[in-house]
Structures are given as structure tokens and as C-alpha cells.
Design a protein around this ligand. Structure first.
Ligand code: RFL
Length: 392
């Protein structure tokens, strides 16, 4: 098989890249390890930046967001026994974020690929990527019991943190930056109407908690826990008790309880590899970086990368200009390190480590007050949260 761009992985990064390339008249083939239903139903991120929504609308995929997305203008931070509402819409000069779950984004992107006859091969794990230091990289994959090859001009590694693309790069030419956090999140899905439409963060003495609305009947809730915590240790009663303690404040409606339909634990990590390219192999999304979910940046960063990559591939495949492809990694990293700074800073600000000193605790409180109660703090948070610009 032969194509212009081989895309490994049909998560949000891979699917969005295929659509962006198609719009520029560039042919691509997507090769995905998992079954389509599995990819479509993975429960992950839930918040879209303004720029991600603009991208989806630009791709003709605004209808789902209009119907089922919830535009957000503020976050309600709760600490010190009261609510500190941060109106990021006002503080950023009118920018918004949207609650629209990743599985909906993926379903919309998949439908668009189907409508446009973009080739997506599911249940086809890539086993080897060869010759990407030359001009004709070759992607080897397994499908329906047979081995196949895909020859291309460039490979987009959109295969997530555990994918094969980053591991295929020569380690000596790559630097890795990583940090593991001392806490994780117990993620809960509950059939319970949210008491408020706004995302609520509880920065409590006992630990962090968060409430976000998924649909009018379903709430997504998180509780800080150990990174390797067994979710079975959390009975429904224990979960609701902790959520009430960490989120409820006087004068605001209390969280509402309901049937818990899903519980899982996610460890938190910051990770970046640099450069994000070697020869004609380009990494995008989780394949290149991981952020803790606190800033809601993982999915958005993946969509930002592929916009840079699509423009660079267009300049290269369309006009024979390699300059943007050469600077792909530098362009992404300039934005991405700011995203890391924001995500890691926020993560450390809202969680409580087990051995936190009284002094460190006071510093965290000052940071929370500066962020929510000063104009400069609100502005900084709001620009980062609603999404930094993407360089052309
Ligand atoms: P994805 O979504 O991981 O997609 C990568 C795809 O590549 C496929 N693949 C292969 N295909 C072919 N051959 C191989 N050898 C392959 N190896 C892997 C995989 O099957 C998969 O379909 O990466 P992408 O597109 O970069 O998108 C990134 C986002 O998915 C990710 O940043 C976020 O979901 C991160 N994340 C969260 N972000 C938030 O902002 N808020 C959250 O609440 C949040 N929760 C989460 C998350 C990520 C999670 N994972 C990855 C463990 C919760 C979880 C559980």
C-alpha cells in the first residue's frame, strides 16, 4: 500500500489530522490497533478549549457541540469554607470553554472520516516503523491474520503514550522529561443531576475533589486518592461522604447523590519528549506528551499539535517547502512547555500531599487566593485555561 501520510492511531489526534489533511487535498491512511467500538467508547477527557471548539466547527463538526455541549464561563473554586467563583469568560475578554466529552469528539470525528471516505483500518496494530530517516518511510502492521506494509512520504505518530512511534525513535537523539505526582484521581460517573452547571473544584484540607456536568442527568466526579489506589476500597457511601466534605459549602446547593455507574483510578504524570520528530516521523498528542488532568489540557494539546502538523505537511506535500516540517517540534514545544507549567502548577496548588508541612499549606492557600481573588491571577488562569494561541 502507498499513501502520502501514514497516521498511526485513530484517537482524537489521528482522526483530526486525517480530516485536516483531506481538506488540503493530502491523502492519508489511518492504522489503529483497537476495534472501532473500543476507541469510540473510551471514557476520558471532558473539557474543550475555545480553540478546540473552533477547530471542530471549522471541520463542520459544530452540530454535536451545539446540541450536547455546555458552554462554560466560570469555575467555582471552593476552599476556606466558601466559594471563590473565577469568571474566566470575563477575565479573558470573552473566551469560553465547553464541557463536551472526548468520546463524543471521537464519535463526531469518526463519522466525518466515514462521510469523507478516509481510510481507517481498525484492529490493525502497527508492529514496526522503518526508514523514517529517509524519504520513503515504511509502516508495518498486522491485519486479519496477515502482515502488511504502508509506504509513505511521512508518518504521524498519533498513537498515545504507550504507542510504538516514540519507541521507534533512536533514544540517543531524544530527551525525556518526566515527573510523577504523589496522588491520583478516583474518577466517578454518577446518575445524579449536578447542583450547578459550573465546574466545581474542592481544594479541601483532606484532599482535592471536582464536579463536572456530563449531561443534565449525569455528573462526572473526581476525588484525590493515592496513585495506585484500589477503587474497590471506595464504597459508594465512602465516595459520597468524601464528596460532600470536600465540595459542599454553606450558601451553595449541596452536591446530589445518585447511582454510581463507573469508578476508576488514574495516576498523574507530566511527560515530554523532545524533539517531537526524527526524520520523517512526527509525534503528536499523548505520543509526545502527558499532562496531569487538572488543567484539562491533554485532548486540547493533541488537537493543537495536529493543527501545526497539518499546516507543515501541507506546505511540504503541497508546495515542496520543508521549513515548517523542520520546525514542527520547536513550534509545538514553545506552546507545550507553557501548558506543562500551567497543568503542573495547578496540580500542585489544588492537591494536598500526605506529608504537607503547615508552611507549604499556607503557601498553597496564598496561591489559591492570588489566582481567584486578584485581577492579575484571574487573567493568567483564564488565558491558560481557555487555551493559548496556536502558532501558524
Ligand atoms: P489516544 O487517545 O491515546 O489515541 C491513541 C490511539 O493510538 C492507538 N495505538 C495504536 N494504533 C496502531 N498501532 C499501534 N501500535 C498503536 N498503539 C496505540 C490506540 O489504540 C489509540 O486509539 O491519544 P491522542 O489521540 O493523542 O489523544 C490524547 C487524549 O486521548 C488524552 O490526552 C486525554 O484523554 C488525556 N486524559 C484526560 N485529559 C483531560 O484533559 N482530562 C481528563 O479528564 C482526562 N482523562 C485521559 C483521561 C487519559 C486517559 N488515559 C490515556 C489513560 C483518562 C484516561 C484514562
Amino acid at each position: 500500500m502507498r499513501t502520502q501520510v501514514a497516521i498511526i492511531g485513530a484517537g482524537p489526534a489521528g482522526l483530526a489530522l486525517a480530516l485536516l489533511l483531506r481538506r488540503e487535498g493530502i491523502e492519508s491512511v489511518l492504522v489503529e490497533r483497537a476495534a472501532q467500538d473500543h476507541v469510540r467508547s473510551r471514557l476520558r477527557a471532558g473539557v474543550l478549549e475555545q480553540g478546540s471548539v473552533a477547530l471542530l466547527r471549522d471541520l463542520g463538526l459544530g452540530a454535536g457541540i451545539e446540541r450536547r455541549g455546555l458552554e462554560q464561563h466560570a469555575i467555582d473554586f471552593r476552599f476556606g469554607g466558601r466559594s471563590h467563583r473565577l469568571d474566566f469568560h470575563a477575565a479573558s475578554g470573552g473566551r469560553s470553554a465547553w464541557v463536551y466529552p472526548q468520546h463524543e469528539v471521537v464519535a463526531d470525528l469518526m463519522q466525518a472520516c466515514e462521510r469523507q471516505d478516509i481510510a481507517v483500518m481498525y484492529e490493525s496494530p502497527v508492529t514496526r516503523i522503518e526508514a523514517f530517516d529517509g524519504t520513503r518511510p515504511v509502516v508495518h502492521f498486522h491485519r486479519e491474520g496477515r502482515d502488511h506494509t504502508l509506504v509513505c512520504d511521512a508518518v504521524a505518530g498519533c498513537d498515545g503514550y504507550r504507542g510504538i512511534s516514540r519507541r521507534s525513535m533512536e533514544p540517543g537523539r531524544q530527551q525525556v522529561f518526566a515527573h510523577d505526582y504523589a496522588f491520583g484521581w478516583l474518577g466517578i460517573l454518577a446518575e445524579a443531576p449536578a447542583p450547578t452547571q459550573e465546574i466545581t473544584w474542592g481544594c479541601h484540607e483532606e484532599g482535592f475533589a471536582m464536579l463536572s456536568i456530563r449531561t443534565p442527568q449525569v455528573t462526572r466526579l473526581y476525588l484525590q486518592c493515592a496513585p495506585d489506589e484500589d477503587p474497590a476500597l471506595w464504597s459508594d457511601d465512602r465516595i459520597w461522604d468524601a464528596l460532600h466534605r470536600r465540595l459542599d459549602v454553606p450558601d451553595m446547593p449541596a452536591i446530589r447523590e445518585g447511582r454510581i455507574t463507573h469508578k476508576s483510578v488514574t495516576a498523574m504524570r507530566s511527560f515530554q519528549c523532545a524533539p517531537m520528530q526524527q526524520g520523517r516521523l512526527f509525534l503528536a498528542g499523548d505520543a509526545a506528551h502527558i499532562v496531569p488532568p487538572t488543567g484539562a489540557k491533554g485532548l486540547n494539546a493533541a488537537l493543537a499539535d495536529v493543527q501545526v502538523l497539518a499546516r507543515a505537511l501541507h506546505a511540504f506535500c503541497g508546495n515542496g517547502d520543508p521549513a515548517r516540517l523542520r520546525s514542527y517540534s520547536d513550534t509545538c514545544l514553545r506552546r507545550m512547555w507553557q501548558v506543562h507549567r500551567f497543568s503542573a502548577g495547578l496540580c500542585n496548588m489544588v492537591h494536598r500531599v500526605a506529608d504537607e508541612s503547615a508552611f507549604a499549606h499556607q503557601l498553597r492557600l496564598v496561591d489559591l487566593h492570588t489566582m481567584t481573588d486578584t485581577e492579575a491571577g484571574r487573567q493568567h488562569f483564564s488565558h491558560q485555561f481557555t487555551g493559548l494561541p496556536i502558532e501558524a
